[in-house]
Design a binder for this molecule. Sequence first.
Ligand SMILES: Nc1ncnc2c1ncn2[C@@H]1O[C@H](COP(=O)(O)OP(=O)(O)OP(=O)(O)O)[C@@H](O)[C@H]1O
Ligand SMILES: [Mg+2]
Length: 211
Amino acid sequence: MRHIMVLNAKGGSGKTTIATNLASYYASQGKQVLLADYDPQGSSLDWLKARSKGRPHIQGVAAWKGTMRPARNTEIVIMDPPAAVHGRDLANLLRKAETILIPVLPSPIDMRAAAAFVETVKGSARVTKKQAKIALVANRVREYTNIYHELEAFLGKLKVPVVGHLRDSMNYIRAAERGLGIFELGPAASQIDREQWQSVIRWLNSKRSRP
Ligand SMILES: Nc1ncnc2c1ncn2[C@@H]1O[C@H](COP(=O)(O)OP(=O)(O)OP(=O)(O)O)[C@@H](O)[C@H]1O
Ligand SMILES: [Mg+2]
């Protein structure tokens, strides 16, 4: 069973958006997906509630309540933790996944917070013992802006692979409303977003994302 976590202590960086899009992507590839919501806000499970029964099935679990029972044929577990996880809670979360994606927004506040957070995760036993692989995803980017270039320079310095750049797009909001991912929207309207996901998916499907 594969465990992929979308993690950042900073609120609103796109954890739930990326987690739900990954769940929808793998489900539409015919995988048995479990979406584990570790956030008592329950945003991932709300997303799942909005999803119509006709769509590829995703099992949802309120993982913040404690034990979770994956269906026996589960292939991929996507984990959506809350913001503001530190210390022991963070160490406990890190133990649950072999692959960790950290979304970072192009904003000075988010970048500063991410610098400290990424260092903490890099220094965690889980990562130093090579039991988990981490990568960064730039989220809500708008190319040709100054802050975009600052984000690029900043991400380059963190010495963690940057595996994707997802643009700021209403497509994410429209998809979320309906319990869908970008891959389930009309191909013409979502073509740029689908293309942007390819590098994330390539990394996730490669050995580089596994210990
Ligand atoms: N690439 C994007 N384009 C447009 N809107 C986005 C994008 N990514 C995230 N958003 C929006 O930004 C807001 C925050 O995103 P999201 O809920 O995924 O972050 P989060 O890290 O899970 O937040 P929290 O820390 O509260 O759990 C949401 O309204 C979401 O729809
Ligand atoms: Mg969230």
